[in-house]
Design a protein around this ligand. Sequence first.
Ligand code: IPE
Ligand code: IPE
Ligand code: MG
Length: 224
Amino acid sequence: MNPLNHVAIIMDGNGRWGLKNKKSRNAGHKAGLKTVETIIKASIKNKIKFLTLFAFSTENWKRPKKEIKYLFGLLENFLRSKIDDLNKQNIKLKFIGNKNFSIKLNKLLNSAEKKTYNNKTLQINLALNYGSKDELLDAFKNMQRKKIKVNEKNFIKYLQTKDMPDPDLLIRTGNTNRLSNFLLWQLAYSEIFFEKKLWPEFKEKDYNKILKKFKLIKRNFGNI
Ligand code: IPE
Ligand code: IPE
Ligand code: MG
C-alpha cells in the first residue's frame, strides 16, 4: 500500500453548484466551506500530514469584483471564527501564494500562521493568490539574485512548498480536467484524480473512495 503524506486539492465547482441549487454563485462558495471542514476532518482521520487546498488563483482576479469581495469576506469570517478550533485540533495553517493583500487581511493571515506554527497533527496549506508560474519565476529570480547554483536540491528550497514532501495525490473536483496553474513542479509525480462531483457535493465517502484507490496504485517513478 502506498504511503500517503500529502494530498492537494483543486476545490472546483462552487459557482456551478450555487447557480444550479441556489441561483447564485456566491451561495456555492458558502456551501463549499462545509466541504472544506469535512475534508479537513477526514484527512486527520486518515493520518494525512499535509493538505494543500487551492482557494484562489492569481488568475481568479479576472472575476467580477462582487464575487472576489464575497470570497475574501468568507475567508476572513472563516479564519476569525475557526482559528481557535483549528488550533485545538493541533492543525498548522500556512498560506502559500503572494500575500499582497490589505494590511488587515495580511495581519489576520500572519496571526493564524503564528498561532498554529508549532501544531503537528495536520498542516493545511491554503493557496491564496497562488500561481505556480509566479512561484517558479520568483524561485529562479531569488536564486539568481543570491548567485545560488541552480540544481534540483537548491531549487526546491526556493519554492513556497519548501520543507514539505510533494503531493502524493491531487484531486480536482468539478468535472474539469486541467491544472489551472497549480503546483506545476510539485505535481510532477502525483497521482491525479479528476472527480465529476462539484466541490459542495463532494462528501467524506467520495474522498475515502479516492484514498482507497490511490493506495493500490503501482507508483513507478520511472522505474518498472
Ligand atoms: C472554485 O469554484 C472556487 C474558486 C475558484 C474560488 P469556482 O468558483 O471556480 O466554480 P465553477 O468552476 O465556476 O463552478
Ligand atoms: C482553479 O479553479 C482555482 C481554484 C480552485 C481556486 P478555476 O475555476 O479558477 O479554474 P479555471 O479558470 O476554470 O481553469
Ligand atoms: Mg471553476
